[in-house]
Design a protein around this ligand. Structure first.
Ligand SMILES: *[C@@H]1O[C@H](CO)[C@@H](O)[C@H](O)[C@H]1NC(C)=O
Ligand SMILES: *[C@@H]1O[C@H](CO)[C@@H](O)[C@H](O)[C@H]1NC(C)=O
Ligand SMILES: *[C@@H]1O[C@H](CO)[C@@H](O)[C@H](O)[C@H]1NC(C)=O
Ligand SMILES: *[C@@H]1O[C@H](CO)[C@@H](O)[C@H](O)[C@H]1NC(C)=O
Length: 317
């Protein structure tokens, strides 16, 4: 039953999106560097992949899901008043302590869908490392695969001007960059375009010493195709056909290490498209597990990887 849903959901959504968005512009550079042929994709490392200088950070062991996370998923969907609308999220996520829902998903009253995922991070993981990771991993599939060895298949970016890719601040190297990736979410491979934007464009704080916020990554996610996105839309918030993700890195309120609070919001038309196919809850479930795995796993290798490769500044071609 699930396999049928997971086939139909992408198909229905693809047509919904195709009818609502103009076809993406594909310039010559784009065509040269982005491999759209998923026959070339595979999960994990094979052969030569192990010869990169960072291959020693490839660790195929999957994290163990936490009890809080599992029970959050089991009890989902939650009533909408337990969750936070994207327009209230910047303020809510900036408060000390926890919100009512830190694990689980929910349909909001406007029909949008919200996912919340909580994971642990080591105390040595800093906001600087997080920014460096997002500036570094996007240009090479083998880097991207370190993050989720059981699901990631492909990653590439369009050319980035040298002035941008070698900016002093790690964040300015990846804000406004779109990462084209292919990855399994549950049993279905998805092509995604993840466009990173400066969190303050939507009102999110990147740092707040009082509430322990150490870092924040935010992006638009577009499903099923590789397309550059207009970052200016960040000022308008969540559109009916858009999806937004944020990962907040924070000191844990109990002082024992750090934590990630990840959130996804899917616009109501996007959710309606999934629901017609019966699949929005299945995708919410699978994406939550996927996110749990990668955010937990990131903390196991990022401090070491950063120490070794932080000078490897220029991502690009
Ligand atoms: C490998 O990854 C698993 C899951 O994230 C983790 O529990 C384990 O500590 C990692 N091993 C090493 C050597 O980092
Ligand atoms: C990102 O794009 C916005 C909107 O075009 C622009 O204002 C901003 O300066 C850009 N930031 C970076 C770091 O490229
Ligand atoms: C930030 O918060 C920590 C922990 O509460 C505290 O030890 C430190 O002094 C604060 N730093 C600044 C610059 O306020
Ligand atoms: C990605 O960027 C690095 C620098 O960090 C560069 O050495 C490498 O060649 C780039 N990879 C690809 C596939 O272009």
């Amino acid at each position: 039953m699930y396999s049928l849903l997971s086939v139909w959901t992408p198909v229905a959504l693809y047509f919904l999106r195709a009818s609502a968005t103009p076809s993406p512009h594909v310039g010559p550079l784009f065509a040269r560097q982005i491999d759209r042929n998923d026959k070339n994709y595979y999960i994990g490392y094979h052969g030569d992949d192990f010869e990169t200088p960072y291959a020693k950070y490839f660790n195929a062991t999957q994290p163990t899901l936490s009890e809080e996370f599992i029970s959050g998923l089991q009890e989902s969907p939650y009533p909408h008043d337990l969750t936070v609308d994207i327009s209230d999220a910047p303020k809510a996520l900036n408060q000390p302590g926890y919100l009512e829902l830190e694990n689980g998903f929910s349909r909001l009253s406007d029909g949008s869908l919200s996912l919340t995922i909580h994971t642990e991070a080591p105390s040595g993981l800093t906001g600087e490392m997080l920014d460096w990771w997002f500036s570094w991993h996007t240009n090479d599939t083998r880097k991207y695969k370190l993050w989720n060895p059981g699901a990631h298949q492909y990653a590439a970016i369009n050319p980035i001007a040298k002035e941008k890719s070698s900016q002093k601040s790690y964040s300015e190297r990846y804000w406004n960059v779109t990462s084209f990736v292919d990855e399994y979410i549950g049993t279905t491979p998805y092509k995604l375009s993840i466009s990173f934007f400066e969190p303050s464009l939507m009102g999110f704080s990147k740092e707040n010493n009082e509430s322990g916020v150490l870092g924040m990554v935010s992006a638009f996610v577009s499903l099923f195709q590789y397309e550059d996105q207009n970052i200016a839309q960040a000022k308008q918030g969540l559109g009916p056909l858009t999806a937004v993700l944020v990962h907040q890195l924070r000191r844990k309120p109990n002082g024992r290490g750090n934590e990630f609070r990840s959130r996804f919001w899917f616009g109501n038309l996007l959710v309606a498209g999934m629901s017609v196919a019966g699949g929005s809850e299945k995708l919410a479930h699978d994406l939550s597990v996927h996110c749990f795995n990668e955010m937990s796993h990131l903390g196991t290798f990022l401090p070491g990887l950063f120490e070794e490769f932080k000078m490897d500044v220029s991502v690009g071609y």
